[in-house]
Write a protein that binds this ligand. Structure first.
Ligand code: 4NP
Length: 168
């Protein structure tokens, strides 16, 4: 891994709705900027409830309409290594964030973020849980996640890749 690689883990409760959407949306933004060798993403759950399952059909359909296929993703629970392996661990809501804070070694807590903190213009703190909602709920959630992902990627670009000296 090049020293400039940045690893991002999106985290929600089930890892079948919000965080797989965030991973898919973010990976597409990364690819559009030609950064796929330098910025990697994954997603995970605070629960183990949907481990091994593909993303929720409603999330898959919504993203597929935008040309993003997340059908290959499989749910998994956050594990201890994640706190070491990832640079940005991005919770979808405050409850996920608090669970991560409990599990995360104190010296690594600086890696914990919340998705909406990269989209302060929205003036909301949580990406709402869409699981019990309908397609409209998923659309609403999509827009929030997209804004958060864009802000996160802009942050990463300026914090990690800006003003690099030319290669010799
Ligand atoms: P997610 O949504 O956290 O965005 O993946 C949920 C998925 C499943 C459940 C809750 C939220 N559930 O209760 O099974």
């Amino acid at each position: 891994m090049a020293s400039s690689d940045v690893r991002v883990l999106f985290v929600c409760l089930g890892n079948i709705c919000r965080s797989p959407m965030a991973q898919g949306i973010f990976e597409r933004m990364v690819a559009e900027r030609g950064l796929e060798d330098r910025v990697r993403a994954d997603s995970a759950a605070t629960s183990h409830w949907h481990a091994g399952e593909p993303p929720d059909e409603r999330a898959q359909r919504l993203l597929l309409r935008r040309g993003i296929d997340i059908g290959h993703q499989r749910g998994r629970q956050v594990d201890r290594d994640d706190f070491h392996r990832f640079d940005y661990i991005v919770a979808m809501d405050g409850a996920n964030r608090r669970a991560l804070e409990e599990w995360c070694p104190p010296e690594l807590r600086r890696k914990l973020y919340q998705c909406t903190s990269f989209a302060p213009q929205l003036d909301i703190s949580d990406v709402p849980d869409p699981f019990a909602g309908d397609d409209e709920t998923f659309l609403y959630v999509y827009d929030i996640i997209e804004a958060g992902c864009l802000g996160l990627l802009e942050h990463i670009e300026s914090a990690h890749f800006a003003a690099e000296p030319p290669e010799s």
